[in-house]
Design a protein around this ligand. Structure first.
Ligand SMILES: *Cc1c(COP(=O)(O)O)cnc(C)c1O
Length: 367
């Protein structure tokens, strides 16, 4: 316990489990996996994976082999896929922990095939096909050529949606239709297309994006990728910052580096022990005429004032329901300020806020 910590991060594992169950129920005919790459979107694989496994998740996706090792340690029985595919010379390392690479190029497929032939290893792999994102995966012509001749049965045939967070975009239906065509070349392989946005669109929209397995990530952690669409996801991450001092400042005072915001009225400011070194993006600061993000006291938003420093943020608490005291904790993320609120105010997305969360904060886990 660090009694002098500047920030306190509380991770609600019961809410994480509840979010997984909520997503699983949206389409009971399709398995719900859990994407836990980037250390479970910043909250910590070692805590997130056991909570998700207890809730019923049996399949996990990570980006890197090291992350797969952390999942294997936390959930010995889990099925684990590695989305970034197979780095050269790593077949043995995948087989050693029974992690399944998502093979996304002809080179990867050839290396994997040669390894299996040489060692007789029974380890399995997914095959990733590109249906319109132009990032990873066999392009459609390669897939049409390759899939019928694959010398092994893929454990999963997968593709990734590029635009599902914007439900009006026509690309999602084009990706779904192309994926359905490609999977018909390997009809015995379980198929997976949907991320969080595709999962939230559910069975009602997009002509059924669920296929056999869904791969939600960010929604598990309480961020809704489909802006403006209500969801019953619970907040998982609560970040509080310590008040270093409270000060009265006169109208016209310039606050913080560059004097970027001058106070328009006599104000009471609280200076928080948190800054961009804790993952709060500088773009969340304010300047004259351009408001920034908010913290919250007693459910009332308290705007950031001026630029965000490395270790400090000034907030305006003039209108707060109670005067904070030195040493008090103030909500930076929680029930009043959501991950998506903070992201919007910083000009970014919930993913970047979550994965940027500080390692400097004191971390606590609930549930
Ligand atoms: C990150 C990722 C996901 C999860 O995406 P979310 O938008 O966080 O739900 C699913 N599939 C692939 C291939 C990914 O890279």
């Amino acid at each position: 316990m660090n009694e002098a910590a500047g920030a306190r991060l509380t991770i609600d594992l019961a809410a994480l489990a509840a979010n997984w169950r909520t997503l699983a129920r949206l389409d009971p005919g399709s398995e719900c996996a859990a994407v836990v790459k980037a250390d479970a979107y910043g909250i910590g694989i070692a805590h997130a994976v056991p909570a998700l496994a207890d809730a019923g998740a049996t399949t996990f996706f990570v980006a890197h082999l090291d992350e797969a090792r952390a999942v294997r340690a936390a959930a010995p029985q889990a099925t684990i896929y590695v989305l970034n595919g197979l780095p050269p010379g790593c077949c043995d390392a995948f087989a050693a922990i029974d992690a399944r690479p998502a093979l996304g190029s002809v080179e990867e497929i050839l290396e994997w095939t040669a390894f299996r032939a040489a060692t007789g290893a029974a380890t399995r792999a997914a095959v990733h096909v590109d249906t319109g994102m132009t990032r990873l995966g066999l392009d459609p012509d390669q897939a049409r050529d390759c899939l019928p001749r694959l010398p092994f049965a893929p454990a999963l045939l997968m593709s990734h949606l590029a635009c599902a967070d914007e439900p009006a975009r026509p690309e999602t239906e084009r990706q779904r239709a192309l994926f359905a065509e490609l999977r018909s070349l390997k009809p015995d392989a379980p198929a997976s297309l949907a991320n969080s946005a595709g999962t939230l669109l559910g069975k009602t929209q997009g002509g059924g994006l669920g296929f056999d397995l869904r791969r939600p990530g960010v929604a598990l952690y309480g961020s809704n990728p489909v802006a403006g669409r209500p969801s019953s996801l619970r907040p998982v991450v609560w970040l509080e910052a310590r008040v270093v001092q409270v000060r009265e400042a006169t109208a016209g005072a310039a606050v913080g580096y560059g004097g970027a915001e001058r106070l328009r009225r006599r104000s009471r400011l609280a200076i928080l022990s948190l800054g961009y070194a804790d993952g709060i993006l500088r773009s969340g600061g304010s300047e004259d005429g351009a408001p920034g993000a908010c913290a919250a006291i007693g459910g009332v938003p308290c705007p950031y004032v001026g630029r965000i420093s490395m270790d400090l943020i000034a907030i305006d608490v003039t209108d707060a329901p109670e005067r904070p005291n030195r040493g008090d904790w103030v909500e930076v993320l929680g029930s009043t300020v959501s991950v998506d609120d903070l992201a919007r105010a910083c000009g970014t997305i919930g993913y970047e806020v979550l994965t940027g969360l500080s390692r400097r904060s004191e971390r606590r886990f609930l549930g």
